[in-house]
Each structure stands twice: as C-alpha cells, then as structure tokens.
Design a protein around this ligand. Structure first.
Ligand code: HEM
Length: 523
C-alpha cells in the first residue's frame, strides 16, 4: 500500500508545494521551520522506497537541456531548505544574486523556474504570455476546487469563465446602483464602526475585512453582511484559518502524499472541513437565487450566471459546480487582497504622520468634509493617489504572484523551459527593483509623482500583467481609493500611547501585517 501511494506521488509529480485560491504560493513553496523535522522524518521513511534511479534520471534529463541553473537539490526534498519559510521572497532575491535572473529550484520532485526583474517578467507575462497561461495543480487545492472556477481553471473553460466574470463585473452596478455607490455606502458603514471605537486602541482587521468583503458580496450574492453578523464573522475567520493552515507542513505533506494524508488526522483535514462550510454558505445563497429570481431582473453575479446557464447552445463550462467555484473565487480573492492592503495603509499612515497630514490637507482642499470622495476626485488628488500606489508597491501582498505552468516548450532569456515546468514570476523583484525605484526599500510616495502630478510606473505590478493578470484590478483600485480616502478624510490614525507600531509581516493568504492595535482620532 505504502509503495503504491509513493508511486502515485512519483508518477503524478505531486509537488512539494501547495496553493490557495488567493494565490500566495510563495507561502506554500516553503516548509515552516517547525515543520521541517516532521517533513524530514516522513520523507526519509517513505521516500526511501522510491527508486533513486528514476529520481536522478528526471533531474539529469531536465538539467541537460539548457534548463536554468540553481542550487544542487538534496534527494527527495530537493531545494526546499533554500527557501526561508518566513520570508521566501527574500530567499529568492539571494538566489537571483547568485544564479541570475532566471533560476530553478527543485521542490519535492517538481521543477520550478523563478523569473526576476522587470524585463524578464514582462517577457513571460506579456510577450510570451500564451505559453504560460495555465495554472499547475496542487492536491491541497485541486482535491476540493478541482480545476473549476476562475483561479485554478485552465484552457477553454478558464477563458469562458473569465470572460463572463469580467463582463459581468464591468456591467456592475448591475441593477440600480453603481459600483461606486456600493463602495461609498460601505465606506460610511466602516467609518461608523471605527467612530464607535471612540479613539481608543482597536484592531481594525475584521472590520476592514467585513467592509471589503461586503463589496464583492453585494456584487456576487446581492447583499452585504452586518459587522455584528456572527455567522458571517465566523466565515471570515474560517477563511483566515484556512490560509494559515494552507502554508503549514500538513498541507505540504498532503501535496506530496495525498492518498496517505487523506487517511491521517491532522490540521490538513480542517482545510477540507472549512472549504465545505464555505461552499455550503455559497450553495445556500445560490439555492435561494434559484427559488426567487426573476430572469428579467439581474440582481447580481449569481443571477447573471443562472441566466447564462439557461441560454441555448451555452458552452458546457456554464454549470452549477462552476458557478459555485467562480462565486467562491470572487468572494475569497475579492476579500483578502484588498483588505490586507487597507490594513497596511492604516499602519503606514500611523507610522508616517507627516505623509498622512499631507494626504489630509489635499483631501480637505479638494473634497472638504461635507461630501464623500468620488472617483472623479482621483485626478485632482495626485498626492493621495501616489500614496495609495506606494502602499501597494511596498506592502507587496502577493510577492511571488500565483504560479503558472508552461503549456509549450519555451525559450526564456536563452533558457529552455519544457512544457509542464512551474513558473514563478517574482513580483517582489520588480516592485523592489533598484534600477526602477529611487529608494526601493523606503516608503516614498515620490516614486509616483513627477512635478507634483501623479505618474504611473511600468514596474508597478501588484496585480501582475498580461492575459491572466488580476481579474479584479479595476474593482480593487476603486475600493482602495474610495475606502482609503474616506477614512483619512474622517480620521487621523495613530499609534496607541507608548506603543511603537511595527511593519513586521506574516504569511497567510497574503503577506499581511502582524496583528496591531491603532487609534482612529476623529477629525
Ligand atoms: C489589492 C488588491 C488585489 C491584488 C494586489 C490582486 C492581485 C492578484 C494577482 C497578483 C493575481 C494573479 C495574476 C497572475 O496569475 O498573473 C490575481 C488573480 C486574481 N484576482 Fe486579484 N488582486 C486584488 C484584488 C482582487 C479583487 C477585488 C478581486 C475580485 C474580483 C480579485 C480577483 C482575482 C481573480 C478571480 C484572480 C484569478 C484570475 C485568473 O486566474 O484568471 N482580485 N490577483
């Protein structure tokens, strides 16, 4: 039995990595320090059975064809120990310094190529984008999400689902209210909740999470959830917990030995339970929509999708399971990313009060205090806009992007990448490229200003680039601008008395700030 499980591992090429819907694979490329002993023991015990001959043949074959260089892999674990679990994007920088802008690592028995720097990342994502459109499969994800939905699907179904989701999002506000109005309304709720803290220290994590999530919930499900709704709060906590476990050793082991790990107890089982609860939540909402929808009035994404399913000659990828996964993908991707960025934003404002004051004075002179910010204000607020961009650059919430898979044998910068190679576009290497930014490591809104006017930069790639770039970029930009501006208009964010706020980060679904408390003083 053990032998057959190991062959499953070996033959199917399951990676020593995992993934998550929100994509911070960088988290999952590594084994946390505390887990390494378990992993080493298990690997030594189990992998001894796998034939060394076959293992070394795979390594030799790949390396003999102009494959990018990299450090010598150890048997079975490969280069796992070359990545620091807490700061994998720092490790990749060091490796790029040694091996160059295109280097490879072997994790488990799969080969990963890392590309670094603006020029090569552009070459991969844009000029040769067609060869890197797919996502690799990782059992911890594919065992529940299959290859459905928006984030993990490939080929024609991905194209169809993405096109449909993009056009539906573009049409929002479907129905009566525009997207902008929805975000403005939610900003008011969020400001109200923060006001209730009365300037005392509080942790803004779940209020921001709930507010941001409400925007995508209102688009996808047709309604928002009160910040005191305990069931919805539980769901947001489940999401957070799932992100944390997905980067644990248990998830990594699941990716190597899925059949074995399925039988064993452990936190990895919690991931599947959590996914079931998340799916149950979305399934219930879809069911209600089926019962009470009016095909002539499209209220939200689910209604639009149900309409699409009833069309004649509709492609086979529009079915109930894909609706469930696409709605779940929108919910998760639309919640974590933007809310992490806003949490960074408040922290940076409290740490850099002089920058916060300059944003406030710009807002005061252009908008004043009597009306909420609107999208038409953005062009008149160049400094505020530059600050938001700089927050996104420096907070770098998806440092290694979401992995791609080479769909054809491809040449990149003179190296040969065989079909099936996993490709990691190191966004950190672009967002912190010293040839692109004056002070890459320092928070500096001037990066986005020229003669007092806002200027966009080619190396600004937090949403990635090319045909598979972030699907929610437009929405996220609108949310960041409206939420941030509305909060800074109403409050000054400060460290609690006697507390020094820290920019230390942790890896969960995204690269996020450590939990912090902050004071929001009404202006
Ligand atoms: C600050 C906010 C956000 C950032 C930094 C961000 C970043 C990213 C990145 C880097 C990717 C991977 C792109 C690639 O593979 O090259 C991605 C994918 C994706 N994002 Fe976002 N995102 C944000 C907000 C959102 C929002 C609000 C939504 C909701 C609509 C969303 C939905 C998605 C989806 C569905 C994908 C998968 C696209 C695909 O595979 O075709 N994101 N995002």
């Amino acid at each position: 039995m053990v032998k057959s499980l190991l062959w499953e591992y070996h033959e199917e090429g399951n990676a020593f990595v995992s993934n998550n819907v929100c994509s911070c694979l960088y988290l999952l490329l590594t084994v946390p320090k505390e887990g390494r002993q378990i992993s080493d023991a298990l690997l030594q015990a189990d992998c001894a059975i796998v034939t060394k001959r076959k293992f070394s043949r795979t390594t030799r074959r790949i390396h003999s064809r102009g494959f990018p260089p990299g450090p010598m892999p150890l048997p079975f674990v490969g280069n796992l120990l070359h990545l620091d679990a807490e700061k994998p994007h720092f490790s990749t920088q060091k490796l790029a310094d040694i091996y160059g802008n295109v280097f490879s690592l072997q994790l488990g028995n799969r080969h990963f190529v890392f590309v670094n720097g603006l020029e090569i990342v552009k070459e991969v994502l844009i000029h040769h984008g067609e060869n890197f459109l797919d996502r690799p499969k990782f059992p911890i994800i594919s065992d529940h999400a299959k290859t459905l939905g928006l984030v993990m699907s490939n080929g024609l179904p991905w194209k169809q689902q993405r096109r449909f989701a993009l056009s539906t999002l573009r049409n929002f506000g479907l129905g009566k209210r525009s997207l902008e109005e929805r975000i403005q309304e939610e900003s008011r709720f969020l400001a109200g909740a923060i006001e209730n803290e009365k300037g005392q220290p509080f942790d803004p994590h779940y209020q921001i999470n709930n507010a941001v999530s409400n925007v995508i919930c209102s688009i996808t499900f047709g309604n928002r959830f009160d910040y005191h709704d305990s069931q919805f709060q539980k769901l947001l906590h489940l999401l957070n917990e799932t992100g944390i476990i997905q980067r644990s050793i248990w998830a990594q082991l699941y990716n190597i030995f899925p059949a074995l790990m399925k039988q064993l107890p452990g936190p990895h089982q919690t991931i599947f339970k959590n996914w079931e609860q998340l799916k149950y939540f979305v399934r219930t909402i879809i069911k209600k929509h089926q019962e009470n929808r009016n095909p002539l009035e499209t209220r939200d994404f689910i209604d639009a999708y149900l309409n699409e399913m009833t069309k004649e000659n509709v492609s086979s990828s529009f079915h109930m399971e894909n609706l469930l996964q696409s709605a779940l993908d929108l919910f998760i991707a639309g919640t974590e990313t933007t809310s992490t960025t806003l949490r960074w934003a408040l922290l940076y404002m409290a740490i850099y009060p002089e920058i916060q004051e300059r944003v406030q004075s710009e807002i005061d002179s252009v908008i004043g205090q009597s009306r909420p910010p609107a999208m038409t204000d953005r062009d008149n607020l160049p400094y505020t806009n530059a600050v938001i961009h700089e927050i996104q650059r420096i907070s770098n919430i998806l440092p290694l992007n979401v992995p791609r898979l080479t769909t054809n044998n491809t040449e990149i910068a003179g190296f040969h990448l065989p079909k099936g190679t996993i490709l990691i576009c190191n966004l950190t290497s672009v967002l912190f490229d010293k040839d692109e930014w004056d002070t890459p490591k320092k928070f500096n809104p001037n990066h986005f200003l020229s003669n007092g006017q806002f200027r966009i930069r080619e190396a600004f790639v937090p949403f990635s680039a090319g045909k598979r770039a972030c699907l929610g970029e437009r929405l996220a930009r609108m949310e960041l601008f409206l939420f941030f501006t509305a909060l800074i208009q109403k409050f000054s964010f400060q460290a609690p008395k006697g507390v020094e706020l820290s920019l230390d980060f942790k890896m969960s679904l995204t690269l996020s700030p450590n939990q912090y408390h902050i004071c929001a003083v009404s202006r």
